[in-house]
Structures are given as structure tokens and as C-alpha cells.
Ligand binder design. Structure first.
Ligand SMILES: Cc1cc2nc3c(=O)[nH]c(=O)nc-3n(C[C@H](O)[C@H](O)[C@H](O)COP(=O)(O)OP(=O)(O)OC[C@H]3O[C@@H](n4cnc5c(N)ncnc54)[C@H](O)[C@@H]3O)c2cc1C
Length: 312
């Protein structure tokens, strides 16, 4: 939560952009979990140049967080004490140039996979089931069914914290399981994927199969963040969670899914605090039953209500 003094200070210091600021915007509307308090400001850049201007001009002590489709983020109840950057229409173009599919960072993974299929191009079919946007897919090195973004990524374009537009290649991102190492404070604005001409019947078949597998095994329509924890080396998080007796475990309206027990659900009216405490309880129970430390895959951001400085 932001104090009035900070608000006045930052209002003065925020660059005059062409994009839009929404002060006190509620972030619960922008994440899959549908929880979380307000941001000091939500900034929707008009285009790349506008974003560059913002990052160049903004005060160095103003915190920023880039939000994609919000499918892997748990925004805390106290909100975000800074500016949440949300890319929109100006960042969602998709084109094919030679053997590369180039997508704006706000393009949805599913839209990208369907676009490639319409052009009979193969390579990004797996993206059809991942509910995020391209910036988040690169940042998280998203993957499923044996494929990861790093397998097909050709390059990305970022705006760095100084407002410079830069092109980076996968070997510069140290991409590992559900992780890319990006320059601090950067925003991914475009990504290019390696694609090849494919057989439309095969592409359609694989796409359908991925969608069906997903529907059968996961609560795809719930208020969730996907896998809560990363799979440890040589183990599956869901098996450890099941063994610890946490399938269906709940705190308030926060619950570990019965269908896929590594998915945490807001069953209706849960707070971020309940969801985070449930996750920590699961970690503790898995430690006790299997002596394994589960690592959060979900990105937790913002202030807990107990940290609200206004309350002091
Ligand atoms: C039902 C469900 C199923 C899922 N299944 C899978 C799966 O099979 N495989 C998988 O890997 N994940 C899965 N996920 C998790 C999630 O969809 C992915 O991690 C996805 O790539 C996140 O993208 P996003 O746009 O929603 O990013 P967000 O959740 O908004 O953000 C995630 C991280 O990426 C950063 N980020 C986002 N955009 C940018 C940008 N433009 N520049 C810099 N950083 C950025 C954010 O700051 C944050 O750190 C699932 C989630 C759900 C809800």
C-alpha cells in the first residue's frame, strides 16, 4: 500500500507518456487467481517508443513489475507499491518472415499456435494449451508435452531498464526449467520462434491431442496459476504432494485441486494470503513426508496486508 506522501512524490515524477496510467488499479481483475490489492499505478504503453520513453525517464527508485496474462502470478492482498506495466494492443502483432514467427509480447500463446497452424507452419503447437502471453512464456521458459520455449526460440527484443531497445539470443538468456535470466528491469516486447513448413493434418492432430490431454488432466477453467511448484530433480511435485496427503487440502477458499494436486485453486472469495499460506503448508508437509524442498513456480508479488505501511 502506498502512502499519500509517496503518491504525491511519484505523481510528479511519472513521465508524461502517450500510453495510459490507471492509479489504484485493482490487480485482481488481471490475474488468473483473481486475488490481489491495487497497484499505485497500472501503465499501459501505447507502443515500443512510449515504453522506451517511460523507462528512460522514470525515477530509478520507482519499482516496476511487468504483468503478462497473469496466469503464473499470485498478487498479494496489499497490492503493488509501484507501477505495473501491462502490454496491450500495440504489442500483439504476429507475422511470419521466412522460417520465423515473430510475435508481440502481448500476443496470447494460444493465438500464436493457431496463427502458425493457419499458415501450415509447425514448431509451436505446444503453446496452444498454455494460457499466458508470449512475454510470460519467454520469461518463464514455459513448456509442456516435452517442449519448452527455449527449444524453438530464435531471438527476443527487449526494452532494457535504461529504455534501450536490444535484441538478445537464447544463449544469452540461460534458459532452464521454467526460468530465463533476463536483464534486470527489462520488458520483453517481441519474440521470434523457429518454425518449419508442416503437414496440416499432423499439426491439427497434435494440437487437438494437446488440448484433449489438458482438458482430461487439469482444472483448466478454474481460478488457478497452473503448477504451484516446480518438479524437483528426479521427482514429480504432484506425486510428493499426493504422498503428503495434500490433495484437496484447503485453507479457507484456497484449495489444492482434487483433479491435479499441484494446482492451487481459488474456489471463490479466497485471499492471496490464504493461497500463499496453503502453498507454504504444502511445502512443510512435503518436507516432513519426503524430505524434499518444493520450490514455488508461481511468482508471488507485492505486499502482504500485514506489511501495509499505511496501517503503521
Ligand atoms: C490452467 C493453467 C495451466 C498452465 N499450464 C502451464 C504449462 O503447461 N506449462 C507452463 O510452463 N506453464 C503453465 N502455466 C503457467 C503460465 O501459464 C505460464 O508460466 C505462462 O507462460 C505465463 O505467462 P503470462 O503471460 O501469464 O505471464 P505472467 O503470469 O503475467 O508473468 C509471469 C512472469 O513473467 C514475467 N513477464 C511477463 N511478461 C513479461 C514481459 N513482457 N517482459 C518481461 N517479463 C515478463 C512477469 O514479470 C512474471 O515474472 C499454466 C497456468 C495455468 C493458469
Amino acid at each position: 500500500m502506498v502512502t499519500n506522501t509517496e503518491k504525491n512524490y511519484w505523481h510528479v515524477l511519472l513521465p508524461s507518456v502517450r500510453g495510459r496510467y490507471s492509479f489504484g488499479a485493482h490487480l485482481s481483475n488481471l490475474t488468473w487467481f483473481q486475488v490481489g490489492g491495487p497497484a499505485f499505478a497500472l501503465y499501459k504503453p501505447e507502443d515500443v517508443a512510449d515504453l522506451q520513453y517511460f523507462l528512460k525517464q522514470k525515477s530509478a527508485d520507482l519499482s516496476c513489475f511487468v504483468l503478462g496474462a497473469g496466469s503464473n502470478v499470485l498478487m498479494r492482498d496489499g497490492g503493488y507499491n509501484g507501477v505495473v506495466i501491462k502490454l496491450g494492443r500495440g504489442f500483439s502483432q504476429i507475422t511470419i518472415e521466412n522460417n520465423e514467427l515473430i510475435a508481440g509480447a502481448a500476443a496470447l500463446d494460444r493465438t500464436v499456435a493457431m496463427f502458425a497452424m493457419q499458415h501450415q507452419m509447425s514448431g509451436v503447437e505446444f503453446l496452444v494449451t498454455i494460457p499466458g502471453a508470449i512475454g510470460g512464456a519467454v520469461a518463464m521458459n514455459a513448456g509442456c508435452y516435452g517442449f519448452e520455449v527455449k527449444d524453438v526460440l530464435a531471438w527476443i527484443e527487449i526494452v532494457d531498464s535504461q529504455g534501450e531497445l536490444r535484441k538478445l539470443y537464447p544463449h544469452e538468456l540461460n534458459m532452464t526449467y521454467r526460468k530465463s535470466v533476463l536483464p534486470k528491469g527489462c520488458v520483453i516486447v517481441r519474440a521470434a520462434f523457429k518454425i518449419i513448413k508442416g503437414n496440416i493434418i499432423d499439426i491439427q492432430h497434435n494440437t487437438q491431442q494437446y488440448l484433449q490431454l489438458r482438458e482430461e488432466s487439469q482444472p483448466t477453467k478454474g481460478r488457478t496459476g497452473g503448477s504451484t511448484f516446480k518438479n524437483p530433480d528426479q521427482a514429480k511435485a504432484w506425486e510428493l504432494i499426493d504422498k503428503a496427503g495434500c490433495r484437496g487440502l484447503a485453507i479457507g477458499a484456497a484449495k489444492m485441486s482434487e483433479k491435479h494436486c499441484n494446482f492451487m485453486l481459488n474456489t471463490g472469495g479466497a485471499t492471496a494470503d490464504e493461497l500463499e499460506r496453503l502453498g507454504e503448508l504444502v511445502r512443510q508437509k512435503v518436507k516432513e513426508s519426503s524430505n524434499q524442498e518444493l520450490e514455488w513456480e508461481i511468482i508471488r508479488v507485492g505486499d502482504s496486508p500485514v506489511l501495509k505501511r499505511d496501517a503503521a
